[in-house]
Design a protein around this ligand. Structure first.
Ligand SMILES: [Mn+2]
Length: 332
């Protein structure tokens, strides 16, 4: 049930042993929010473990606290009185971590996705927050937790990544204020930027080049889409992990409002990422195909489908949504 941040804080203060869970295919915000919650709760004298049911991308591991996050198998016998999920809009996003939950329901959920369905005992979600790491920081401030440089750095990771390093439309003065406080507490933004943005491999660049060969731009240059097939991944010795960031590059094309990347991995499974620049709410498109997300960044995944058929129906829907928003902007 939707509650206030103060309700969440009250529940957390009463906890003694906590389990913090992030989502599958973890991004910087999920990883940061789990590791930061762990650090905060430890400073409050609580026993805490963090869990993500997926491989954490290798390059995040040099950020303090990240390598302490465990997997489901390591936590089967861990006993806790309070569970918290972070950055997950619905229960399926935590993968097999659900097996660690009593009655398959978390005690607390913290989220900022527009498409959040509220699946915990105490839910706090608000899409005006740029990152769950921002919510976590606000909570820590309210609880008077003292930060050290390591905690500040892992907390800043989520705020930096979910704002595209302070350039997306979700950035407001509060984001900069919190980031500034975290830097004052010792976070090194240059280290975070280098870790997250400068780890591309040659095979990823070659895959990127192959993806660009599939690029189509239509609707007067406003809709851009491209794909990466399972065949392309195989021939470049890559996995779906290696397409991270590709869709952002498609959005960066001048004049493009909506960018779509289709990734087929494994075979017969198609993952679709949507990005928009100024005015289209792409979570509307993702929801149509069983996914979700934010207004400017969303996604969905389909199993047992044909890549070309999937592309056809998604692009058709995207054209319609784009046209709807254009009509609205022409009226105003
Ligand atoms: Mn997030």
């Amino acid at each position: 049930m939707l509650k206030t941040l103060d309700d969440v804080i009250e529940r957390i203060k009463a906890a003694k042993r906590v389990l913090v869970i992030g989502h599958i295919k973890p991004d910087g915000d999920a990883i940061s929010s789990v590791a930061t919650m762990m650090g905060i709760l430890r400073k409050m004298g609580k026993v805490v473990e963090g869990c993500i049911d997926d491989e954490i991308p290798w390059f995040y591991k040099s950020i303090p606290g990240v390598s302490e996050i465990k997997n489901v198998e390591q936590l089967r016998s861990y006993e806790y009185d309070t569970s918290i999920t972070v950055d997950a809009s619905e229960i399926s996003r935590i993968g097999a971590s659900v097996e660690l939950l009593k009655d398959k329901k978390p005690d607390i959920t913290l989220d900022h996705h527009k498409t959040n369905v509220g699946f915990g005992e105490i839910d706090f979600y608000d899409h005006r927050y740029a990152a769950v790491a921002e919510i976590v920081y606000e909570m820590a401030k309210k609880m008077g937790v003292e930060y050290d440089p390591d905690l500040a750095e892992v907390n800043l990771l989520g705020i930096a990544t979910d704002t595209g390093f302070f350039k997306y439309s979700n950035v407001d003065a509060k984001v900069f204020r919190y980031a500034s406080e975290l830097v004052e507490n010792g976070a090194n933004i240059q280290h975070i930027a280098s870790v997250v943005l400068e780890h591309r491999t040659i095979k990823e660049f070659k895959l990127f080049s192959a993806m660009i060969d599939t690029l189509k731009v239509e609707e007067n240059g406003k809709l851009a889409w491209a794909y990466v097939s399972a065949e392309m991944l195989k021939s470049h010795n890559c996995t779906d992990e290696d397409v991270r960031g590709f869709v952002g590059e498609l959005r960066s094309i001048y004049g493009v409002e909506v960018a779509i990347l289709f990734t087929e991995w494994p075979e017969k499974q198609v993952n679709i990422s949507f990005r928009s620049k100024d005015y289209v709410d792409v979570s509307e498109i993702a929801v149509e195909f069983g996914g979700g997300g934010h207004a400017r960044a969303s996604g969905c995944s389909r199993k047992n489908v044909d890549l070309s058929e999937m592309m056809k129906s998604v692009i058709e829907k995207s054209r319609d949504v784009l046209k709807k928003y254009e009509a609205i902007s022409n009226l105003s």
